[in-house]
Design a protein. Sequence first.
Length: 446
Amino acid sequence: MALLVQKFGGSSVSDVDAIRRVAQRVVAAHQSGDDVAVVVSAMGDTTDDLLDLATQVSPNGPPERELDMLLTAGERISMALLAMAIQDLGTAARSFTGQQAGMRTDSSHGRARLLDVTPSRVAESLARGEVAIVAGFQGVSDDDDITTLGRGGSDTTAVALAAALNADVCEIYTDVDGLYTADPRIVPTASRVTRITIEETLEMAAHGAKILHLRAVEYARRFSVPLHVRSSFSDQEGTWILVDRPLTGGLHKDGTARHTPDTITTNTITTEDTMEDPLISGIAHDTSLAKITVVGVPDRPGAAAKVIGAVSTAGVSIDMIVQNVSTSPQGLSDISFTLPEVDGAVAVAAVRDLQQELGVEDVLYTSHVGKLSLIGAGLRSNPAVAQRMFVALAEAGINIEMISTSEIRISVITDQDVVEEAVRAVHSAFRLDADSTAVVYGGTGR
Ligand code: ADP
Ligand code: ASP
Ligand code: MG
């Protein structure tokens, strides 16, 4: 008998029929002898709709405590409805809010981090033979205030619950059949990846592939939780994300394997025919970035630390940083960095505050920046990969504004309007296209 945590995203529980379909899937797993804990997101676009309501009544920006109180209502609705639908099929089920499930967080509303996960009520419910259903995306702070984990945070709830319950697998049910070599909404011929390492998945999630919440992947790596990303709309095997622990995948009561990951072969695609060649896992893209260029920074120790320090003190996370070597007789250089577009105004103000003190010439702001990241094993040691990527972009007439690399990633910054075209060009240059078209079953991909 295995212990499964199954997480269903918003598009999987978007209406009554969808909730009933999910209930049938959960009950089938339960009847096959597994213990099943479920994590649910809010129905369809409920979170966006609630956010909309909040900004209508509070045009100057809703107070964050009340906003969290409001948004967590979305997940409470779906958890209760799913519990009812499962009970209607004759299986015992009980729903729990994040607080009841022991999800204790810090008090940063809107982006709370989990401090302690003690799902004793969930464990008791499972021990009674019930399906336990937990509201995703939410927790409670030490002040007993309700918090949210950030957009897409139900994935993190699911992985945290799986880690705390020592589940055999955490199944992430969504609206596509797994992790693809690119977002199938942008590249319909993207190939489904059958197995991928957690490190590569981290890079995909960190650089815009929003199929998994980045913190969920970090959590899965830290606590060695095997993940299986798959569709709630089909029975297709999805993508197995491999962690440093034997992949049991769970056994049926009679000892036969519920999943057969050993028989899965990788469809990671080689760019050439030899063993030494890099293995490309996929392409992630991000269309939520902006860029700041600080012009004429005195070329002396400590200047970059001041600029970057001011931005991070303002609470803005910086992604890519490029500083050119000064060639001017005055010894001035430029520093450019990318950041989330939503934080643009705060970051510009923080750097402008320093302008006088540092004697910086100008602070330039570019909104609407896009990023494309090619991810795979051994990229940096294969210069031919970068060359092939840059040639593909050049042939598509796409200008590269910045470049950064890691051992398993090459990222380029482009204009936001051309990033999707760039993804398609690089995807086909690496011959990642499948013969068939990926199915997108629902949702908006937002
Ligand atoms: P859920 O509501 O189930 O949490 P999300 O919308 O958060 O689902 O994530 C699923 C979406 O992620 C897909 O519909 C797809 O558009 C998008 N996506 C982005 N990159 C990828 C990728 N590499 N593989 C699969 N889906 C991706
Ligand atoms: N409902 C939340 C959101 O839309 C959390 C989630 O779906 O993961 O961001
Ligand atoms: Mg999601």
